[in-house]
Design a protein. Structure first.
Length: 381
């Protein structure tokens, strides 16, 4: 029996070099699946985080979001009433409430089309997602409605899927070839799984299993890889594939990112962008009304998520662009990334991948006694 050491964000640090740069010379922009982002932040495909109006607002600020095509916005003509109900029930009742809400109404094609058209007409990027089981139907429907990209997303995905029921198998390579828009896929967490998916024609791979603030997969199933190791291993697969083929496929770190420091670390470990949920669920505009839950929370058979209360701390612009009135890295995420990159001497996302990383178990505690005891700054976590 072999065990391998793996590291999370709290166990690593980014080390300065002999170079620093002027922050005005730093470019945090990135292109994912042909979509240019001024800020390398993607809102999670969760009903508590991204609605059509939230996707539009994110686009206006330089970021983007992913709309879950299996969520309440494609099931209900008035999803706001369902979201209010989910936010109002007790901790003892939210799982049953959500299970009922997501089972009572089916996904409706005309609502899928309406959501995409709402985002597009508002000037946002219409990036949408579904599980592999519904991708064969929802993918072409989304493309015809004008979506900019389609994501096949599940807790764990692989190129090689065995089932005695042939109808359950989605051939990812065939699907990508048949789609007129870019296809991204997730989630993976290691070198081998990522390397096998890179050749299927996908335009991006989301990495991270179980680290999300509302996710309980690691407790329910015992499955997960700490994010620093997860990103490093999957980014190596991307780099090796690029050297072999000349085809660069973006890696998006998905989960476990709580504050701006985590974003800096995720990019430094090799991610081209980050997908975040709870930090954006705290925006005044977020559809979760101060609560956050994952896609697997309403699962009919085995819920793997919690509805957590994250509060509402600021408008979306302040969270992304500041100015910050907080000392815990929850506001001005883009500004913190720019400052971090300038301090480390990285003028671009690609250069940020090459900064020195350290194993640093004391990073969160060294010299932080007063913050911890008074629950200030880093002691808030």
């Amino acid at each position: 029996m072999t065990f391998h050491r793996a590291y999370g964000f709290d166990e690593i640090a980014l080390a300065p070099s002999d170079i620093t740069v002027d922050e005005s010379d730093v470019n945090i922009g990135v292109t994912i699946a042909g979509i240019e982002l001024a800020i390398p932040i993607i809102a999670s495909a969760m009903d508590s985080v991204c609605s059509p109006s939230m996707a539009v607002a994110l686009g206006k600020l330089g970021a983007t979001g992913v709309l879950n095509l299996e969520g309440v916005h494609t099931r209900y003509e008035n999803p706001e009433s369902i979201l209010k109900k989910i936010a109002s029930v007790s901790n003892n009742d939210y799982v049953t409430t959500m299970q009922n809400a997501y089972q009572k109404e089916t996904i409706k094609d005309h609502l899928v089309e309406r959501c995409i058209q709402t985002i597009k007409s508002g000037g946002g990027h219409a990036i949408v997602s579904s599980t592999p089981q519904r991708a064969a139907h929802l993918g072409p429907l989304a493309a015809a409605a004008g979506a900019d990209a389609f994501i096949i997303q599940s807790t764990v995905i692989s190129k090689y899927f065995y089932s005695s029921d042939a109808s359950k198998k989605l051939d990812i390579e065939t699907f990508c070839a048949s789609m007129p828009i870019p296809v991204l896929i997730g989630n993976t967490a290691n070198y081998d799984a990522t390397k096998s998916l890179l050749s299927t024609g996908v335009s991006g791979i989301f990495v991270g299993i179980g680290p999300g603030a509302a996710c309980t997969t690691r407790g329910v199933l015992g499955i997960g890889v700490p994010m620093a190791t997860c990103i490093t291993d999957t980014a190596k697969a991307r780099n090796d594939y690029f050297e072999e083929t000349g085809n660069y496929v973006s890696i998006i770190a998905d989960g476990g990112i709580i504050n701006s420091g985590d974003i800096c670390k995720a990019i430094a470990c090799g991610a081209d962008a980050v997908m975040i949920g709870s930090p954006l669920a705290r925006a005044h505009e977020a559809p979760g009304l101060g609560f956050h839950w994952g896609m697997a929370t309403p699962n009919a058979l085995l819920p793997r998520g919690a509805r957590i209360e994250v509060g509402s701390i600021a408008d979306l612009k302040t969270i992304l662009l500041g100015p910050s009135s907080s000392d815990d890295g929850s506001l001005n995420l883009a500004g913190a990334l720019s400052t971090g990159m300038a301090t480390l001497g990285a003028k671009s996302i690609a250069e940020m991948h090459n900064v020195k990383k350290l194993i640093a178990p004391s990073l969160q505690t060294e010299g932080k006694l007063y913050q911890k005891t008074q629950k200030l700054g880093m002691g808030k976590r």
